[in-house]
Design a protein around this ligand. Structure first.
Ligand code: SF4
Length: 257
């Protein structure tokens, strides 16, 4: 089966454990104001590549991919779930570690045939990197153009599937850089034992040039970048809130350590 691919990075160091072969796919239904890959939004204009082509190319770089594997990101990979299932099933046959970097926005439980695809995909996915864009539902819609319900339900599904999840959260001044929201995020995450890591990424405006080239107005013009120090501060707030809430859940008998 073929996927519609934006680009491939053969030495990825931030998209999962180790050094990774990273496949950026085309297509995304979100419109995050801070997106630095607006050129992945539309399916059109992508390069078509087959599962075999990708995995054979992966094998060429295998000696350099220390402790790594393959990561699919985007865009939103779950828009091409049939391709993803085939890619990861074949990758597992070749003993390759698989990581899915997703917003979870496509997840739906109400259609058995779709849920079955997710269950099949999870059998061959070693790690999920899930972006939680904003914990507040109204702010989430304003930031991404989409509701957050399916994303949070996808996190619940990962819990049921006992899949390891790393959460990623982008810290944007004036939007997510807010103590109350960060505490709410930590409190919300406390009940998920499958959440094994948290990455808080400072917002940067490296996407500006792409918007200019595409003739689009940059939505966050004038918003300052977040600093590494702010990201460390924010991560501590989230983790402290998580700890506090988990302690409360244990005391209430609602969480088994
Ligand atoms: S989900 Fe990712 S690719 Fe899609 S708009 Fe948001 S940041 Fe961009």
């Amino acid at each position: 089966m073929d996927g519609i691919i934006h680009s491939i990075e053969t030495f990825g160091t931030v998209d999962g454990p180790g050094i990774r072969y990273v496949v950026f796919v085309k297509g995304c239904p979100m419109r995050c104001l801070y997106c630095h890959n607006p050129d992945t939004w539309l399916m059109k204009g992508g390069e078509t590549k087959s599962v075999t082509e990708i995995l054979d190319d992966y094998e060429r770089y295998k000696p350099f991919l220390k402790g790594g594997g393959i990561t699919v990101t985007g865009g939103e990979p779950l828009l091409q779930i049939d391709f993803l299932i085939e890619l990861f099933e074949e990758a597992k046959k070749r003993d390759i570690h698989t990581c899915l970097d997703t917003s979870g926005i496509q997840f739906r439980r109400n259609k058995p045939e779709i849920l079955a695809k997710y269950e099949r995909l999870m059998k061959v996915t070693d790690l999920i990197m899930l972006d939680i864009k904003h914990i507040d539902p109204v702010e989430h819609k304003a930031l991404t153009g989409q509701p957050q319900d399916n994303i949070l339900d996808f996190l619940q599904f990962m819990e049921e599937q006992e899949k390891t999840v790393w959460i990623r959260h982008v810290l944007v001044p004036g939007i997510t850089l807010n103590e109350d929201y960060l505490k709410r995020l930590g409190t919300y995450l406390a009940k998920f034992r499958q959440v094994k890591a948290l990455d808080v990424l400072p917002y940067h405006n490296m996407g500006v040039e792409k918007y200019e080239k595409m003739g689009k107005e940059y939505p966050l013009a004038g918003v300052p970048e977040a600093t590494k120090e702010q990201a460390i501060w924010a991560k501590d707030i989230i983790l402290d809130a998580m700890k506090e809430e988990r302690h409360r859940l244990i005391e209430a008998g609602e969480f088994q350590p």
